[in-house]
Design a protein around this ligand. Sequence first.
Ligand SMILES: CC(C)(COP(=O)(O)OP(=O)(O)OC[C@H]1O[C@@H](n2cnc3c(N)ncnc32)[C@H](O)[C@@H]1OP(=O)(O)O)[C@@H](O)C(=O)NCCC(=O)NCCS
Length: 197
Amino acid sequence: MEYLIKQYPLETGALEIQYIEEFFGEFPRKKTAREIVDRLRDREFLILIAEARLPDDQGMIAPVAFKVVHELKRQEREPKLVELVAKLSDSVTFEDRKVLYSWIGGTRRDWRSQGHFRALTEESEAWAHACGFHEVVVKTKNRFYDMRGTLDQLEFDVIKYEIHPKDNRESKVYLSKRLTSDVVRAHTSTRTVVFAE
Ligand SMILES: CC(C)(COP(=O)(O)OP(=O)(O)OC[C@H]1O[C@@H](n2cnc3c(N)ncnc32)[C@H](O)[C@@H]1OP(=O)(O)O)[C@@H](O)C(=O)NCCC(=O)NCCS
């Protein structure tokens, strides 16, 4: 299967992400386009959306999966990112290295287990490696079993575990992957990437 991926510029990408997140009923806190623009404006980022044909109307193409990654610097200003960098400081080296944060992503329920998220992840890794990033980090929770299983398959390593005092299902899991040329060579998905306006 050849995956069709669209790479978006900031403003239209943020609107597309806001739109596609409406299809994810399982997440109560969705990102707004404003929030996405504010975070990504002054840094390197990649907004990718996978598209696929609708099963009941092969003429129609719909957005089915997305992924947003961005540079994470040692000196951040946004409070959430300042906190993230502080938490990662004992497990990730920021000095003289480029660190990428895999911020948000997912696949719409009806299109899961068809390889869309692997294709988006591999495309983001190829981009990041070409841009000189050394490592990609991601955060999830114990209770996000689909995401944990997927990150396992995509060969992310656990680097930190932050236990929730009351509910262990809410405990946070931090994972990372070194972006070497071997990683990029090992990619398996066939992708066509087009640039959206
Ligand atoms: C996690 C998620 C993005 C996976 O998307 P997907 O498009 O179904 O993933 P893919 O089909 O590309 O699968 C990628 C790999 O992960 C594996 N995988 C997918 N879902 C899995 C699961 N539930 N358990 C274990 N492995 C899984 C696949 O087998 C595949 O491995 P392979 O390529 O080595 O065969 C999707 O289930 C999702 O959006 N879930 C909700 C998002 C979420 O939990 N967010 C929480 C915030 S972090």
